[in-house]
Structures are given as C-alpha cells and as structure tokens.
Design a protein. Structure first.
Lengths: 735, 155
C-alpha cells in the first residue's frame, strides 16, 4: 500500500467547459472533470452544500488503484447496448491500459459532476467521445511525466503499452501501481495529446468485448427486479384500463383480507396495493373492485382512430398542420394525372422489454433513495423530487442495468419511478419495490405512435422526382415544442434533391393515448415511407433500385451513403440470381448520424414473409467495439423485424387488446434471420449504434416483397393480429 | 399451509398459499433472484427452472405441484455441460440486456442433456419458447453448437 495524503488535487483548465482534474483519493489516482458550466453550477446549488463527498461536483471517469485495476465510471445507462464496454475501450485506448485489467462501474445519478445523465438518441458513445478520450490521455500523460521524472529521461522517450510504462533505451519498466503516487503529483495536461486513429491498438479490434457476459449468463447480474432490502414492501398498482381514465371509487375490503397485504390506498395513477411479497400484492390487486371515471378517457377503437387520421390528412378536421422541410412553391397547382400517390398506416407499438417496469424507493423525510434501471437519471431525479416534495439534490439514484428498455424507461415523465416514490412516501420509511406485471407494462402506453402518411411524388421525364408532397399525421413525440421527431428520417432526405418543390406538413392530433420514444423513434416508420417509395419510383422509372438511389446520393455528394450502397451491393451479391421464390430487398437509412444499409433475402410462405438472411453495412464513424456493433445490428434487425411482422397495439373502445406475449407477438428463435454485419472503415467521430439498425429492416423486407409480387406495402405489420406465431411454443413447458 | 420443496438439493419448508407460483417462492421467499419474472403466463421463458431435470416455466407451476419435485435453478445448476454452455455464452458475448439469459441458459442445458449434438431444428424446438427482446438468438444458437462440440471433444 502507498501511504499518501488524501485528496491532493490539481486541476487545470481545458478548452472545454469542464476542468480536467486528477487527484489521489484514498490511495487511488482518480481522473475526471469538475463542472463549471452554468447548468451544472445551478445543479450544484440544487444539490445543497458543497462538502458532501458523494455526489460531488467532481465527476470521476477513471480510477486507477494500486492493485493494477483501471475502473472506468459509466455515467450512461447500460440497457444491453454494451455502452460500458465502448466507453471503457476509449479510455483504455488513450491510456494504453491492459484491457483485461479494465472494469466498469455504473455511476449514481450525479448532475453536479456529469451534467444531464440521459441515455437516448444513440448518444452514448458520441456524447462521451471527447470526455473519455481526454480523461484517458490525461491519465496517460501523468504516468509518462512521472516516469520521465523518476528515470531522468525526456518524456518523449517514454512509451506505454498494455499498462506497462517503459523507457526503451535504458530498458526500464514500471507498472501503473508503481507510479501511482508520482503520477498523482503531476498536473493533468491542459489539452492532452490524443491518438490518431491509425495508432489505435484496441479500438476497432475484436479485443473489445463486453465486461458483463459472465454475470449475465449465470443469473448473478442484479436488476431492479432483484433488489431486496431489509423490511422492503412490494407494491402493485391497478391502473385505469383506458388512457385518461381516473379513479371514481374503489372497494378494498377483499384486498385487505389477502394475507400479506399491508395497505391499500388511492394514488395519482390508480389504486396501490402494498404487501410483504409480490404475489400477495398481486392477489390483493386482483381482489380490488374499482370503478373508473371515463368521462375524459379515450374510448375510440383503432379503426376509428385510423379513420380519424385519414380525415386529418385529407383536411377534414380542425387539426392545423405545421410545415417541415418545405422548399419551392407548392401553391395549389394540381399534380399531373400520372402522379405517384402513396398512403401508409403504422400502428402503435409497445416496447415490451424483458424486465417489466420496476423501481425501488425509500423516502425518509427529505431524503429519497432510489434504485432503478434509470435511462434518464437526471430527469428521473427531478421528477422524483417533485413527487416527494423535496429538492433534486436530496434524490439519490443508484442506476442498475436495465433488463431492456427500448425507450420505455426513458420517458420524459418518469412515470413508473414517480409512482413508486409516491407510494414510498406513505410507508413510514420502509423501502418499496414497485412491480409492474407484463400486462401493466404493455398497456401503459408511451407507445411508438401510430401514424398515417400521404405522399405524392411528381416524376420528371427522366424518372426522378420534381415535386414531393408529404402529409404526415402523428401525435407529438415530445411533451413540448414542435413535433419534429415525428418526421425525422423524412426531413432532409437525399431523395428531395432532384425536386424543386417539397411540401412537408405534419398534423399533430392530441388525445389521451400516451406516446413516447421507441427504439429508433420516428425512423421506425419514416424509413419505410421513404425507402419503400424509392423502390416503387425506381420500378416506374425502369431502373434498378440500387442504381436509382445512387443518382440521388451522387447529386448531394453523399460519400458516406455511396460507400454504404457500394459495399452493400458487393457483400449482398446484389444483382446476382437467387433460387426461385426468393428475392432481395434493399434499404438505406440514416439515423442519429449513423448510416445503415440492409439487404434482406425474403420468400413468401403462405403469404408470410420468411427472412433467411440480412446483409448489413454500417457507417458509424470510428468503430470502437466491432463485435458489439455486430451485436447491435443483429439485435436491431430482430427487434425491427419483430415489429414489422407482428407488432401492433390495438384499442377496442379505448382498451388495449394485446397485453401479453400471447397476443403481442414478438420474434422467436426460429424466425431470426442470419445477419452479416460489415463496417465501413472511417476516421470520423463515432456515432451511435443502439437504434439505427432498426429502421431499414421493414423497408428492406417490403422491397423484397415488392420484387417478388409487384405488390407494395401500405401498412405494418405484415401479418395481421390474428396471425399466430408459427408455433404455440408455450404449451410444452407449462407447469 | 406448509409445503416442503426441494430446491437446489435442499429441502425448504415454505408457509404459503399452495397456488402461489413457484417463481415467487423462489424469488421472494428463498431469495433466488436469478430466475426472472417476464410474463407470468409461460409465454417468455425468463423463469425457466429444471423440474426433475425438465425445463419448466416456474411462473405457472404452483407451489403445491412443485413440492413433489426436485427443482434446480440457475444459481445451482452444475456440471461440465453447464460450464461449457456458460463459457460459450461468454465467448460469444451472447447477452445484451441479459434479463432473459438465465432462462435461455436453463433451456440450453436441458437441451444438451437430451440431445448431444443438436441440429438447428432441435435448437429451434427447444429454444423458441425463450423470448429475447434484444434478439440475441443467433449468438445463442452459435453458443449452443459451440458448447455441444466442446463437450463432444474428448479432453
């Protein structure tokens, strides 16, 4: 052990709004940032006094201890996307650490240190790229300086590889622990020298692997659902079956008789049953008799909403549109008779992560302690504070890995977390675990919104668009501001480049069904709108779909799309014959700065699309973790294909009809296509990988069906609600 | 009522309603949280345990019925095949969110104990009751083949 004074710190300005610092805390060299930007200073004030060591305004990113371990702090949320490994690899690269001695811990909510902790829009790598690189490089520079001083040699002659600091000429070497104390006395450099991509030894190799595979293969990984606390209660809540319904009255006399039920009370979102165990809460909830007030509730059925959307698009409603992406003069000049005319309908989709929604909260006076797979820890912190009538600084969130989310845990109202805190306010300081059943989760909304799109495209003599009109109808994806997410993926489309006129209008109806962010958000349907239209226009023009796309990409000089297209055609064998009955479909879509192209090989079996193979090409800038990029591509294709084949939430008289996996069908093992992922080499800043792979699969399949049958797709899912999954697999395992 | 159930080679006396699903006895009473709740309707397989060696969904198996059987959970399942499967899971970086993987691993172990060298069709039949919303299916398949081939290789 190295005996050193605590908290000996040196901080230096960098060019960013954050100050990079390194300090020796409890024998460990800690490198991170201290917040200076105004928002975080405001956050620091909200968090109360400045003497509390945790959370503090110092945001550690790297902790190097005398046992040789490098601990990287992950301020994002790990929900399966492997962000922990990507961030750690960036640090390890710049630090030249031994990857096998790098581990990752999740940070708690800490606005003061980290600013807004928000995981979404596939931003995990992109938003932390500079932070992690600079922290790693700064730590490296401190070790280099320490070694140079100790050995009396110029720092330029010091090398670090795999965690070994060396001076080649004198054949001296030292480990990080041996230099820890000296390194901590070195000032972190103002702007540490960063590596050039050509010098990367770890990034972009197959060495970058997940750090959590073992714990997730042995049942050892702890999720929110698994949290146990002394004296903990379990709560379930009966929610209104209709969106916008409120509690009229309830009778809890039978519920209270259930053994283990501790309390039953009305809460803002329904009737809460608090019990000693999950099943007691469940039985207690089943025993409730509740009358709901539906006077403000949504009571329409899906077919009525679809008709309403069609009316809106046709101008037969009082919903006023907003313009997006318009150019040129689209005065009331009528289209020619041969205008290409399209209509699309997309359903509501639930997220259905394998872990339903859950949260553990304890409220003691002003202090709120939460454990949750919190996607948007900072948002959650603020909402929890409102719910508990305290200040955000009094809310501590232990962020644990989520058993999936796909956007459901990232809602901008923190709904389930707030529900848990409200209940925990009423249990005399006893911790409460809120459990949602699968039915609660699927029926709770925050759906990928249903949408309707009417599109007219006037083609010129050369077969390319001269005029576009796109009228979209979709509820707003954000609680405030313009409904811009609803048309992301249409906006700035390269396919507008040949047109002199574009008329984009978004109609935003409001009604009580709650919508939200679903993996790939607006792109989850706009990719089909644009990419399927393009294939149909190519057919009209008598051109190959790949060649047709190339014209647009060349016109806008989009080198990245062109490279993806070329690589995709090559790897997928585009244009080469397939066996009778099979066809390829191609789609290319950009989402969150990442461009993904996919070619699906499809056959129709009794009218059902069977997808056997998908070739995918991605440009996500510098590819940090190749194997995880492939994993995200596989997962995204499975997720997107699941929705394209089966996904639909329908309402009957306002009530969700698909509430478990027997009716909300999702892709199973036997339906998963082979996926081949090819990564475009790039030296550009990295972009995200969690969502972009979802968007192109539906249009790729639709385009293959078009090639097979000549029939366009105008709605999803491909299979209607009565089409069962191919096997009723549950029966054989049923207890 | 009190039930004696054999879980992971140990007999536990559980005071509870006989209709309580085994899942909640495992999770809440015995604090074995590796077995997950995912649907409560034997649709997803996240709660798969071995009941007298067979893969079963513990969310629809009552305490009463479970009390006449030997239950094994992810925490205690063991053997060369278990190690081979978990090693293969790590080698292929199968998990993403990981929540379904206890159930996947339990189903895969049961498969390899019935079929030494499963075909893709065998894997489809044995594994399509285990949902994975992260769609790690291809890696699960590869890991099962990998584990089977390692087990078949004399060392």
């Amino acid at each position: 052990m190295i005996d050193l004074p605590e908290k000996k710190s040196r901080f230096r300005m960098t060019r960013r709004r954050l100050i990079l610092g390194g300090s020796l805390i409890g024998g460990a060299l800690v490198v991170g940032y201290i917040a200076t930007n105004p928002m975080q200073v405001a956050g620091a004030i909200l968090q109360g006094g400045g003497d509390d060591p945790r959370p503090s305004a110092f945001g550690p990113f790297i902790r190097i201890t005398d046992d040789g371990w490098i601990t990287v702090v992950n301020k994002q949320q790990e929900l399966g996307q492997g962000i922990h490994a990507g961030l750690a690899a960036i640090v390890a690269e710049e630090l030249d650490a031994d990857w096998d001695r790098v581990r990752v811990v999740d940070s708690r909510s800490n606005f003061r240190a980290y600013g807004p902790q928000m995981t979404g829009a596939s931003n995990g790598i992109a938003s932390n790229w500079d932070l992690m690189r600079n922290a790693g490089a700064a730590a490296r520079a401190m070790f280099v300086a320490a070694a140079a001083l100790r050995w009396g040699v110029p720092s330029g002659s010091i090398d670090i590889r795999n965690g070994i600091v060396s001076h080649l000429d004198s054949r001296r070497t030292a480990t990080f622990p041996e230099l820890l104390a000296d390194a901590s006395r070195q000032p972190p450099p103002d702007s540490p020298m960063l590596k050039q991509p050509a010098d990367y030894r770890l990034i972009g190799t197959d060495k970058v692997r997940r750090k959590d595979s073992l714990s997730k293969s042995t049942g050892a990984q702890v999720y929110t659902q698994d949290i146990q606390r002394p004296d903990m209660l379990v709560a379930m809540v009966a929610h209104s079956p209709r969106f916008g319904g409120t509690l009229a009255r309830f009778d809890a006399s039978d519920a209270r008789k259930v053994k283990g039920v501790v309390d039953v009370f009305a809460t803002e979102t329904g009737v809460a049953v608090v019990a000693e165990t999950t099943f007691a809460a469940w039985k207690g909830r089943d025993a409730l008799r509740i009358e709901w007030d539906d006077s403000e509730a949504e009571t329409r059925s899906t077919h009525e909403l679809v008709r309403y959307y069609h009316d809106i698009a046709a101008g037969r409603s009082d919903v006023e549109p907003a313009e997006f992406d318009s150019k040129g003069d689209d005065s009331e000049v009528p289209f020619d008779d041969d205008v290409a005319d399209f209509a699309f309908d997309f359903p509501y989709l639930a997220h259905a992560p394998m872990e339903t929604l859950d949260c553990v909260a304890q409220v003691n006076g002003w202090d709120v302690s939460i454990t949750s797979g919190a996607h948007l820890a900072t948002v959650d912190q603020v909402y929890a504070a409102f719910a508990a009538r305290t200040i955000p600084g009094k809310v501590d969130i232990e962020v644990v890995p989520a058993g999936g989310s796909f956007g459901r845990r990232g809602v901008l109202s923190s709904d389930y977390l707030v529900e848990c805190v409200r209940i925990a306010k009423r249990t005399d300081g006893r911790p409460v675990k809120l459990m949602w059943s699968r039915e609660d989760e699927i029926a709770s909304g925050y759906f990928r919104p249903m949408s309707h799109h009417r599109v007219w495209v006037q083609l010129g003599r050369d077969g390319f668009p001269t005029r576009w009109r796109i009228h979209s109808v979709c509820q707003s994806l954000l609680p405030v501001g313009p409904n811009s997410l609803a048309t992301e993926g249409i906006t700035h489309s390269p396919y507008f480049s040949t047109a002199s006129t574009v008329d984009g209008k978004i109609f935003t109806p409001t009604f009580p069904v709650v919508v939200g962010l679903w993996r790939s958000v607006g792109h989850s349907y706009t990719a089909l709108v644009m990419e399927h239209i393009i294939d149909q226009l190519a057919r009209r023009a008598g051109l190959d779909p790949a060649a047709y796309r190339r014209v647009f990409y060349e016109k806008v000089e989009d080198k990245r799309r062109l490279a993806v297209l070329d690589e995709l055609c090559l790897k997928a064998g585009w244009g080469t014959p397939l066996e009778t009955g099979w066809a390829r479909g191609l789609a290319i879509h950009e989402a969150f700065g990442t461009i993904v192209g996919q070619v699906a090989e499809v056959r129709l079996v009794d009218g059902r699309p069977l997808v056997r193979r998908v070739v995918a090409v991605v440009d996500c800038g510098i590819a940090i973790a190749h194997d995880q990029i492939a994993a995200q591509m596989e997962g995204s294709i499975g997720f997107g294909l699941s929705a394209a084949l089966y996904g639909a939430i329908t309402l009957k008289d306002g009530i969700v009809q698909e509430t478990n996996f027997d009716r909300y069908l999702v892709l199973r093992m036997n339906e998963m296509p082979v996926v081949e992922t090819h990564i475009i080499a790039s030296t550009s800043r990295p972009t995200g990988m969690g969502e972009p792979g979802v968007a192109p699969i539906a249009p790729a399949v639709a385009n293959a069906i078009l090639a097979l049958t000549g029939q366009p797709t105008s709605r999803l899912p491909f299979l209607d609600g009565n089409a069962r999954s191919n096997t009723d697999v549950s029966a054989q395992f049923n207890g | 009522m009190s039930y004696a159930i054999s879980v992971n080679g140990q007999v536990h006396h559980v005071e509870d309603d006989g209709q309580t699903p085994l899942l909640w006895v495992l999770r809440d009473t015995l604090k074995l949280s590796g077995t997950k709740y995912g649907c409560g309707a034997a649709q997803c397989g996240a709660c798969t345990v071995h009941v007298d060696g067979k893969p079963m969904r513990s969310c629809t198996l009552s305490l009463e019925r479970a009390s006449s059987a030997r239950i094994t959970t992810i925490e205690a399942v063991e053997g060369a095949d278990v190690r081979a499967i978990q090693d293969a899971w790590v080698a292929h970086d199968v998990p993403q969110c990981g929540f379904c993987q206890s159930g996947q691993v339990m189903s895969a172990i049961a498969l390899l104990r019935t079929v030494e060298k499963p075909t893709d069709r065998d894997i489809d039949l044995a594994m399509s009751g285990n949902l994975c919303r992260c769609a790690t299916y291809n890696r699960i398949r590869a890991a099962i083949h990998d584990a089977a081939s390692k087990l078949g290789t004399p060392t």
